[in-house]
Design a protein around this ligand. Structure first.
Ligand SMILES: Nc1ncnc2c1ncn2[C@@H]1O[C@H](COP(=O)(O)OP(=O)(O)OP(=O)(O)O)[C@@H](O)[C@H]1O
Ligand SMILES: [Mg+2]
Length: 452
């Protein structure tokens, strides 16, 4: 709490400010109302103690000028003993309180404690109000389900803090969307949100990506590089697929988080960084810890707050609003007029299990928009995996045609095609989804000549 003492008499000024400084309040002084106001214009001031009787401007005038400039500054007037009328007038003009001279220091201190408490209350109130406003309104997060309302409310509540957040959820559930929502609902929103995909880089590359490197620190490091941690200074760092960080890098990351400072690869200078960490993973970190693939201490650093995003099949109420949103976006992107799903198509979309979650729903809607013949998207326009969902009229048995081998091959190709659709054609993910190795998947792709 910054205090400004305004008094034309130097001994008075000095003794008051001396006392306040000793009590730990940053205190400035001014010898006149004009000088005081000039100070407030340039510096952060929370409380003003001003003398009432001064030669060029009365304390009352000073009070009014300060309130006009910044109504949140609390002004305390110091009046002569017995000047009750001026005191009343001062209170009416918005003074926080008044003290009679000679100033009783105990009384002054009590008053300052009261003001401080009020400041805390105000800022706490402000925070609460903001949180309430944000709670149901995280940008770009579409949902209807209670489960997601819960997720959004937690996200909104913790957004304003510096706590590390771990977002867990299956592929395509919206982990990145949520990470962005948290950053943009946080006080760091005007600073960068820097994302690193930890799965996409080899050990050494990941380290230089995160921490930067000095010129010549390894072959190929032909110039200095500023790492993501430094780029994210005062902002947020999004560590995507954090479960894929190799153990050696985990150890370094842990140290950085403990010390809040990084060292560039090949450098020896410790650089302070103030970064809010948001991590995401679709891997079972607890199991990885048991197997020794993930450091438990790092896990505890990352998951100060854990948010689990449930899979789409467990919150089907979210399907309709998401569908609507994707439909209007893709019909616009494809220069088509207002489009709609037929009732039957909607029913099928509500029934499907979405192993690829929201990303898959998004892809399905896009495909349907592109393929639809009219403004109404019918079941015939839906991708085959949805069309083939068992309904009452179609219990889901395949038509019998061709040899056993041919049918198995067709079935396999269909599975692989769907897995690729669900994963944006990322083969590693498609293999995961199918529970096979990436090598095996590549073999199948070659066998069926399915590559592009
Ligand atoms: N609540 C939501 N509202 C609107 N769009 C969403 C929502 N959640 C996810 N999406 C969309 O779904 C897609 C997948 O989301 P995102 O990339 O955040 O998922 P993810 O969990 O990070 O997936 P992965 O594990 O595969 O990286 C994105 O295109 C995103 O725009
Ligand atoms: Mg992601």
């Amino acid at each position: 709490m910054n205090i400004l003492v305004i008094d034309d008499e130097k001994p008075q000024r000095d003794s008051l400010s001396g006392f306040l400084k000793k009590r730990g309040y940053p205190t400035a002084t001014a010898a006149s109302g004009m000088a005081g106001i000039a100070h407030i214009e340039k510096h952060q001031v929370d409380v003003v103690l001003t003398d009432f009787r001064m030669p060029d401007q009365s304390g009352l005038e000073v009070l009014k000028a300060i309130k006009a400039l910044n109504p949140t500054v609390d002004v305390v007037l110091m009046t002569a003993y017995g000047a009750v009328e001026t005191a009343v007038e001062a209170m009416k003009a918005g003074a926080f309180d008044y003290l009679t001279k000679p100033i009783d220091l105990d009384e002054l201190e009590l008053l300052l404690t009261k003001i401080q408490e009020r400041h805390y209350l105000i800022s706490e109130n402000e925070q609460l109000r903001k949180q309430l406003a944000e709670r149901y309104k995280l940008p770009n997060l579409i949902y209807q389900s209670r489960a997601m309302a819960e997720v959004a409310s937690t996200a909104a509540r913790i957004a304003s803090t510096r706590a590390s957040v771990l977002i867990c959820g299956e592929s395509g559930t919206g982990k990145e969307v949520l990470a962005k929502a948290i950053h943009y609902a946080s006080p760091r929103k005007d600073r960068p949100l820097v994302a690193v995909n930890c799965a996409a880089l080899s050990d050494t590359l990941l380290e230089s990506e995160l921490f930067g490197h000095e010129k010549g620190s390894f072959t190929g490091a032909d110039r200095q590089r500023i790492g993501r941690f430094e780029q994210a200074h005062q902002g947020s760092l999004f560590l995507d697929e954090v479960g894929d960080i190799p153990l050696a890098t985990q150890t370094k990351l842990l140290r950085v988080l403990q010390e809040r400072a990084i060292e560039r690869v090949g450098g020896n200078q410790s650089i302070k960084t103030d970064v809010r960490l948001i991590a995401a993973t679709n891997r079972p970190l607890e199991q990885m810890i048991k197997k020794g693939d993930f450091r438990e201490d790092l896990f505890f650093r990352l998951n100060v707050v854990t948010i689990n995003i449930p899979p789409l099949r467990e919150r089907r109420e979210d399907i309709p609003p998401l569908m609507d949103q994707f439909l209007s976006r893709f019909s616009k992107e494809n220069d088509r007029g207002a489009m709609q799903f037929s009732k039957e198509a909607q029913d099928l979309l509500m029934k499907y299990n979405y192993p690829g979650n929201i990303r898959e729903l998004e892809n399905i809607v896009e495909q349907s928009v592109v393929l639809a013949r009219g403004d109404k998207i019918t079941t015939a326009d839906l991708p085959s995996i949805i069309r083939q969902l068992p309904t009452e009229s179609n219990p889901g048995l395949p038509e019998f045609s061709g040899s056993f081998a041919e049918q198995v091959a067709a079935f396999e190709q269909n599975l692989i095609r769907q897995a690729l659709i669900q994963t944006d054609s990322v083969q590693r993910r498609a293999a995961d989804l199918l529970g096979m190795t990436e090598r095996h998947l590549r073999y199948k792709l070659q066998k069926y000549r399915m590559k592009d």
